[in-house]
Design a protein around this ligand. Sequence first.
Ligand code: 4AD
Ligand code: MG
Length: 477
Amino acid sequence: MKIKKILDSAETGSDVLVKGWVRTKRESKNAVFIALNDGSTLTNLQIVASPESFSEKIIQQVTTGASLKVEGQLTESPGSGQVKEVAARKIEILGPADPEKYPLQPKRHSLEFLREIAHLRPRTNTFGAIFRVRHAMAFAIHKFFHEKGFLYLNSPIITGSDAEGAGEIFRVTTLDLNNVPKREDGEIDLSMEFFEKETNLTVSGQLEGELAALAVSEIYTFGPTFRAENSNTTRHLAEFWMIEPEMAFYDNQDNMDLAEEMLKYIVGYALEHCPEDLKFLNDREQQEEKSKPQNERNELTLLDRLQFVIDHDFERITYTEAIDILRNSKPNKKKKFQFLIDKWGADLQSEHERYLVEKYFKKPVIIYDYPKEIKAFYMRQNDDNKTVAAMDVLFPGIGEIVGGSQREERLDKLTGRMEEMNIPKDDLWWYLETRKYGTVEHSGYGLGFERMIQFVTGMGNIRDVIPFPRTPGNCEF
Ligand code: 4AD
Ligand code: MG
């Protein structure tokens, strides 16, 4: 039986069989107390073994990290700290863990150290909690879209296009890099490639998502995304997961409404379904805050921040309004921003986004209608000839969590922009055909799954919310 089930619903007096990993062992004169965990819940199950009933060899092998199979009777616990415990009748050591060598001793380890042992960190309370919350959030996202009638679309992982046009792509090749076949003119002979063309890992499923939305109206993707951007920040991964809904007949207002509704829904789902893990993460953050300087501490606790997002409308402002606020802001005037805002057209950095969210509005903010120069070719051009119908959702502590737009559905406008931005039209002939045949107004956005998990768990570094992070110079495990 899973420990969660035992603790939630098993009757005292009943016989149970549990398997799990030892967190701690405590020995007193009359009893050995074992804290066992199987990952189904944060709470350990207390196993009580009387020393007379078990050989010394068995008791010695019960050490932190060892795996056990335990049979016994579930009883009411006389001790404080737990309601039920198991009086062990049989203990089998499934896999011992040499206590001298086991890297995860029962003490507080730094997150940096735990990243170096990412193969074992799921066995800690913190990572168990994070991964259970991550699971619940993934489930909530599927549930949200399923209930709205969206189809889950699997967009390809290997593609021939760079959807964002940003060039931060991982090449996929089967060629022998020590002996690359060349043509007579010295260029790589792409006919020798597996796909007989240049291919890479996807940076976004959006373009394929649009093809499907222009047939079945509403879809979403939820898959891995790869970007070779060399940014070693607490918000960037080389491999992350993105949720990309795409909706026919939606304008950018509808797009923003959907994003806000979805974000509130999944935060609410986590609060409802992960109370124990979120309480643990909340308290963990409270502990950490104590060692931070006053001005870097969160004004609200994690749980209060989550509730706040659900209870308040997101602020919606245009890029132009955002620039006015930033230009006149204290950190800009006092030259505290690393990138000072002086004119319209400047790209917003995370310091600006966080100022707007955390200092100015003190709530999530959606910025829309950005200058076309700083956004992708596919975004719908506004009548002012300067801006596009883009929208970014900014969250406290995170900055940009969602990026999206209404799409340019007019063929001439789209190809015009592609030419200006040097996006090869031939490669995207299939994308352009949707604008020739039955084109319609449509919109979509991308939610960075790990940034969402960061917000919900309060974890400061994105490397700690994905089981096995990939970042520049790091592809272990
Ligand atoms: O703003 P981005 O680049 O938008 C797109 O990819 C669009 N095709 C989405 C769409 O309209 N369908 O990325 C969307 C989100 C960002 O807001 C951010 O949350 C996340 O993806 N993201 C990353 N997360 C982790 N590591 C990275 N390197 C990320 N790059 C983007
Ligand atoms: Mg973006």
